[in-house]
Design a protein around this ligand. Sequence first.
Ligand SMILES: [Zn+2]
Length: 67
Amino acid sequence: MKYDIRCPICGAVNRGLYLEETDGWMECEKCGNVTQHTEHRQTVLIPLFIGSQSRIDNQTDRLAAGI
Ligand SMILES: [Zn+2]
């Protein structure tokens, strides 16, 4: 799953990011600042796992405990 993330520092849109692999972190291709986007990850990931309730529970538990 790829994401298009707008950099909160400079406002540039970074396209085609794999946020699952970086735990929500992305480095802006324009300004080079590194930011984390957990809110985006949660809202996008949960619909992907419809039909697998255990995966949703695991993801939610991990987010609650790890961040
Ligand atoms: Zn930027």
